[in-house]
Design a protein around this ligand. Structure first.
Ligand code: ZN
Length: 507
């Protein structure tokens, strides 16, 4: 008898898997349409594409919340604790419960409104005119506030955070940012007194775009980005997208012909996301286990490859001679160049910020989002509130809104609650990198030779392959032996920038 009921349980589980695979396919199809919208679609496609995306979002949502899915979830039974099946059920139930609370109308409307808001944001940013984007921002924010009202959370903003970082909360982030602020603000202050000459001169000039692209491709090929399972295109706001399987993980890049870091570090950043996605166990494809476990852990990988690798001395000892071959206009010694790519200079744009001031850009956005969701900050007052916080944290007021409140795409596409993931990612990037180097000390000498296989192997084994199987905190503890903590990150910043700006002994 027991065998019969196990067989029935297995049948139910298989039916559930099939259903979840179909839903995953619909989301993947929507991702292809969204990727196309941001890369190749002509302007005339905006309205039609918004409808198509809304339809797919509604179909996937309806299938997920249908009584049939609920029934299968209910009867799929308990699975072996710690197994992939148990994790799949836990994740599917969480998605089902979250989605069941949201009306299909709201889901489709959010998809449609954000698909229209994004091109409006691009135009508003091009013309530096907040009034072109403000009505769209109102609509997106209202829908997101409505979404939060259907979901749990001590704070309405918690519902936004939970989507990107399961287990995160406003309370927890406040305490993380308090620690970051206490560590970073005095460092920035110390460095500000020593800023002196602008160290970034070697990064400015005229850099042929094709040469930038080729150099970036060489770098991320050496990281292990698999071109047979990906490609690189141009986009206004670079991103990485996975079309439902580790076999098609694409990245996009933006190049600035006058500023080398935009394209180069942007490419390394998106490649970090892609390495994570390409490294997930392929058997998880089309299941809730596929993809990165949280945006915080995801950003830890983009930031690890961008900063701990591509802004490090070992990396440049290999790549600097190659960079000079690619761009004959670049001159000076390697140390000058290393100082240039790590120059601290409070600036307006988050994606171009140095490692040290980066988290202050995130802190500002976190506080503004909390104010929008909980403290009645209005869309009309947002540009002014933005500029006030820029002055408070970075000592500068953006010249215009394109360099200020209009710089990021996140709000246009409805990604409220995403920004804190960047700082969570910074924190985790150092904790993971240090654990990797401790476990495999050959990583650093290999980096000096332009080899990254051991590092990638450690990350694949300890982070990437697991997909969403473990909760984010568990994953970090399994990989590093400790729960997530800010200590390693703050010590790293102090040591690196202390040495660069000469207020601690050389390390
Ligand atoms: Zn990223």
């Amino acid at each position: 008898m027991a065998r019969v009921s196990t067989a029935r349980l297995d049948d139910t589980f298989r039916l559930l898997e099939e259903r979840l695979a179909t839903i995953s396919d619909v989301y993947s199809a929507a991702s292809v349409l969204a990727w196309d919208r941001q890369t190749y679609m002509p302007e005339g496609g905006v309205v039609g594409r918004a409808e198509q995306l809304a339809t797919l979002a509604r179909l996937a949502h309806e299938m997920l919340v249908s009584p049939k899915t609920g029934e299968l979830l209910e009867h799929a039974g308990g699975r072996e604790p710690g197994s992939d099946e148990a994790a799949l059920l836990r994740l599917a139930r969480r998605e089902y419960e979250r989605a069941s609370r949201l009306p299909a109308r709201l889901v489709a409307e959010t998809s449609r409104v954000t698909a229209l808001a994004e091109p409006a944001w691009i135009q508003a940013r091009d013309e530096s005119d907040w009034s072109l984007f403000a009505p769209h921002m109102e609509r997106v924010l209202t829908l997101k506030q409505e979404e939060a009202s259907y979901l749990d959370g001590e704070h309405p903003y918690d519902a936004m955070l939970d989507r990107y970082d399961p287990g995160s909360s406003t309370h927890r982030l406040r305490s993380m940012f308090r620690e970051l602020k206490a560590g970073i603000v005095p460092l920035v202050r110390d460095i500000s007194t020593k800023l002196g000459e602008d160290r970034t001169a070697p990064l400015r000039g005229c850099f042929d775009e094709a040469a930038q692209e080729a150099f970036g491709r060489d770098v991320i090929s050496s990281f292990g980005y698999d071109w047979g399972k990906g490609r690189q295109d141009r986009a206004v706001h670079p991103f990485c997208v996975n079309f439902g399987a580790p076999g098609d993980v694409r990245i996009t890049t933006r190049f600035d012909p006058r500023l080398l870091p935009v394209g180069l570090f942007g490419t390394c950043h998106e490649a970090g996301h892609a390495l994570y996605e390409q490294g997930v166990d392929p058997s998880y494809s089309r299941t809730p286990l596929a993809g990165g476990v949280s945006m915080g852990v995801h950003e830890s990988q983009s930031r690890l490859w961008e900063n701990l690798v591509a802004r490090s001395r070992p990396f440049w000892s290999h790549f600097y001679p190659r960079l000079r071959d690619a761009f004959p206009g670049v001159s000076g010694d390697i140390e000058t160049f290393y100082r240039a790519v790590n120059a601290v200079r409070p600036s307006e744009i988050r994606t171009e910020a140095d490692e040290l001031t980066y988290d202050l850009h995130v802190l500002l956005r976190f506080e503004l989002e909390v104010d929008l969701f909980e403290n009645g900050l209005s869309v009309a007052d947002l540009p002014e509130a933005w500029n006030a916080k820029m002055e408070e944290y970075l000592g500068i007021v953006p010249e215009n809104d394109a360099l200020g409140v209009l710089q990021d795409t996140h709000w246009a596409i409805g990604y409220f609650g995403y920004f804190p993931s960047y700082s969570v990612g910074n924190v985790l990037s150092v904790q993971l990198f240090e654990a990797a180097v401790e476990g495999r000390p050959e990583i650093l000498p290999e980096m000096e030779r332009g080899q990254f296989g051991t590092l990638l192997g450690w990350l694949r084994e300890n982070v990437y392959c697991h997909g969403k199987k473990y909760e984010p905190d568990d994953l970090i503890e399994r990989a590093t032996g400790r729960p997530p903590e800010t200590g390693p990150y703050l010590r790293y910043l102090e040591s690196k920038f202390g040495e660069l700006y000469g207020f601690v002994d050389e390390v």
